[in-house]
Design a protein around this ligand. Sequence first.
Ligand SMILES: *Cc1c(COP(=O)(O)O)cnc(C)c1O
Length: 394
Amino acid sequence: MTRGPATTLIHHPYRAPEGWEAVPVPVAKASTVLFKDTADLHKPRPRDGLTYRYGLHGTPTSYTLAARLATLEHAEYCLLVPSGLAAVTLPSLAILRPGDEVLVPDNVYGQNRYLTESWLPQWGVTHRFYDPLTVPELRDNTKLVWLEAAGSITLEFPDLLGTLAACRARGVTTALDNTWGAGLAFNGFEPAPDTHPGLGADIVMQALTKYPSGGADVLMGSVCTRDRALHDRLNHAHEHLGYGLGQNDVEMVLRGLPTMPLRYEAQDRVTRQLASWMAGRPEVAKVFHPALPGSPGHQHWLAVGGKAAACLFSVVFKPTYSARQVDAFVDALQLFGIGYSWAGPMSLAVPYDMSRSRNLPLPFEGRTLVRFAIGLEDAADLRADIEQALQVLA
Ligand SMILES: *Cc1c(COP(=O)(O)O)cnc(C)c1O
């Protein structure tokens, strides 16, 4: 029987020989995954990262990334999701039920605040915002406590050890947003060297969009756990929410991982130089960076190792400068892009009016703050650029 060209091309008998070994992981893309025969189709296929069933549930490429991220975080299990935000929403959606309360630090990533304030109440879930520098009060219906180290924009470093220990003692599930630490500054599951018996968070998530990608080009997230029952619960929600990934994006993150420790360290070094220098400038009222003594939560950062820090610092200008002047300063920067996200190659600067985005009192006077995210440019050029832009404040 002769077949038409389409059938011939689709059912082509040639298979590439086995034995291809190379440094990068091949990109495996599929919706359909083929079974050998109906007996193979009917076999049970637990979602354990060892079998294939359908492209949405994992391919060799995505399983490989998940396994490497679990190792990075010192976890047993890792779920991949299509954005850092999806990694934020998954634990809350999977764990919280009507009548439960979730606690969220006041400096939490903005989208987690919106989820907590405007979505979760629809499902009968209540919330409280807590001061990240203190251990929050736990109540009988407190089901989940979020932590973020350091927190977004103002970068106060929370009392990780105190809060995680209090939650463990009460059996309250904890979720740590580890995007800032990237699995390198400390890890949420394991002990920090010589300081304490262990952080012991239950869930550690990351926006892979930031350091693991490193290219300002991919959106992705990870949700890691050590506990099988908790992982199964997250996995169940993951399955029903239909979180799929483009395997070319997965490949991009796999490509970013080997250079991540080098990038983290280089960006940390330049960020600290610029943050310390800015702290001594006459225009500046306050600089937030967890490694700077006097920055809120500095002692909590020391308590979890106190070695590495991410590429972020925030500057509060003296109240004599208006929001318009601070905007003009940001506009005068030539090497800093104006835009969200961070940990990519290009440095970024964003002015924030913090007056509407917090429930508790702000850790500084005044309204306007500029958050800097340091990229991979030459340090001297970045400093010279900030120096020339400060002239517009004069
Ligand atoms: C960027 C970020 C997220 C969200 O990541 P996206 O991939 O942009 O959705 C979550 N948490 C923190 C702390 C972040 O900085």
